[in-house]
Design a protein around this ligand. Structure first.
Ligand code: ADE
Length: 417
């Protein structure tokens, strides 16, 4: 079997991490148990490009248990957990991923997963699908469909579909309520702060934290930072999002004003050039800057490099840039997703729902992919409710049920005052 990982001697540690994640992912494990008997994905070849973490390993093993042949790469050069990659390789999965890959190696790894000649693709950020479209379009005819995990990837896919260039149907897993309203909020909130803490070990209480972007990810970061006693400033471009931030109790202002006030900056916008040279120039001595969006373009790092008179890695995932006037600015994880590069990504409990959606979307595409148009689809309301229902059950929570009389009331227009 072909694979490329950093160090196979890490496999045992990786196996323990995966086992731990399995104990926290009851919805996905239930799907594994159910479908390992009937093997509904038999005959499917799945190429995946998604952060190689312990949670992703649980998804990969579930796809294999359901009968699929799988090849995997990471979807970010700094997010691979080398021990997990080694464990997957030891289990016979062709995995091509290691922490600290170069850009060329990153695309080389994606290309190796395409050697499988997939019938299904699974993406986080759209790099794999885009690679099929740009360098291997001849594969598209054999692909029943694909899935996309993240907001940024869904934006890219919608642009591709709008241009009439999407070559096969894709399900936007990100847009499932049991994904974006949980993973993006609670997952990003906790894991981003976790990344900042592991890279810096600073005190949050009393700090001014600037969160750029008040979508689900930004709002999660803001809420968790406030919970730690920080004063939160939000920067936004969208009036309704800015209004929500105001009513949630945060100050809202442009980055040009916030730059000189913040102690810690977190970008969560999905947009490029959110913090650029003039912002670095006005920051306080000691300011910490990081990004939790999918791509590393939110911070214009070349500007900071050009301004600095010296740079050194002062702690793992934390570089100190000294400016000519002596001020120090600390950049975390080279502007890559701080939660995955400096910590372990979202906790298993929340990835449980995101990956249950991925798994069920794969089953759906296997069954219906050939009848779908080349568009971006969302998951069904039934899938969302089913996953939420099972998750609740595994958490020991129970729901009320409407009585027949209440159902009649809900469905009628006659009863008023
Ligand atoms: N994205 C964010 N957190 C993740 C995790 N733990 N595993 C895979 N993808 C992720």
């Amino acid at each position: 079997m072909d694979f490329k990982v950093a160090d196979m001697s890490l496999a045992e540690v990786g196996h323990k991490k995966i086992r731990w994640a399995e104990s926290r992912m009851p919805v996905l494990m239930r799907l594994r148990e159910l479908h390992s008997r009937t093997k509904p994905l038999a005959g499917m070849r799945i190429s995946g490009s998604l952060h190689v973490t312990k949670e992703t390993a649980v998804l990969v093993k579930t796809l294999v248990a359901a009968g699929a042949e799988v090849a995997w790469s990471g979807c970010n050069p700094l997010s691979t957990q080398d021990d997990v990659a080694a464990a997957l390789a030891a289990d016979g999965i062709p995995v091509f991923a290691w922490h600290g890959m170069s850009k060329d190696e990153f695309y080389w790894a994606i290309d190796r997963t395409l050697d499988l000649k997939p019938t299904l693709t699974l993406d986080d950020g759209c790099d794999l699908i885009f690679r099929v479209h740009s360098t291997a379009p001849e594969l598209a005819g054999g692909i029943l469909g694909g899935t996309e995990e993240t907001t940024t990837g869904v934006h890219r896919l919608r642009a591709l579909a709008k241009a009439g260039k999407l070559l096969y149907p894709v399900i936007a897993v990100n847009d499932a309520e049991t994904k974006w309203d949980f993973d993006n909020v609670y997952g990003t909130g906790q894991s981003s702060l976790d990344g900042i803490l592991r890279a810096t070990s600073v005190l949050f209480a009393g700090k001014t934290i600037v969160v750029a972007g008040y979508g689900r990810c930004g709002s999660g970061c803001a809420r968790r930072a406030q919970g730690q006693g920080a004063n939160v400033i939000v920067t936004e471009i969208k009036p309704t999002a800015a209004l929500k931030a105001m009513l949630d109790g945060y100050r809202v202002m442009p980055m040009d004003e916030a730059a000189s006030l913040g102690d810690i900056f977190i970008t969560a916008t999905g947009m490029k050039d959110v913090i650029v040279g003039r912002h670095f120039e006005s920051m306080k001595d000691g300011a910490i800057v990081c990004n939790t969006g999918h791509y590393d373009c939110e911070l214009r790092i070349p500007d900071l490099e050009a301004q600095a008179s010296s740079v050194m890695e002062i702690r793992p995932n934390c570089e100190e840039f000294v400016l000519p006037d002596g001020r120090r600015i600390y950049l975390l994880a080279r502007g890559r997703l701080v939660n995955l590069a400096a910590a372990e990504g979202h906790p298993s409990e929340v990835m449980d729902m995101s990956f249950a959606n991925q798994f069920m979307a794969m089953l759906y595409l296997r069954e219906h992919g050939s009848t779908l148009s080349h568009e971006v689809y969302t998951v069904s309301e039934e899938q969302d409710q089913e996953i939420a229902g099972v998750k609740l059950e595994t958490m020991g929570a129970h729901l009320d049920q409407l009585t027949p009389d209440q159902i009649a009331y809900r469905d009628s227009y006659e009863e008023g005052t």
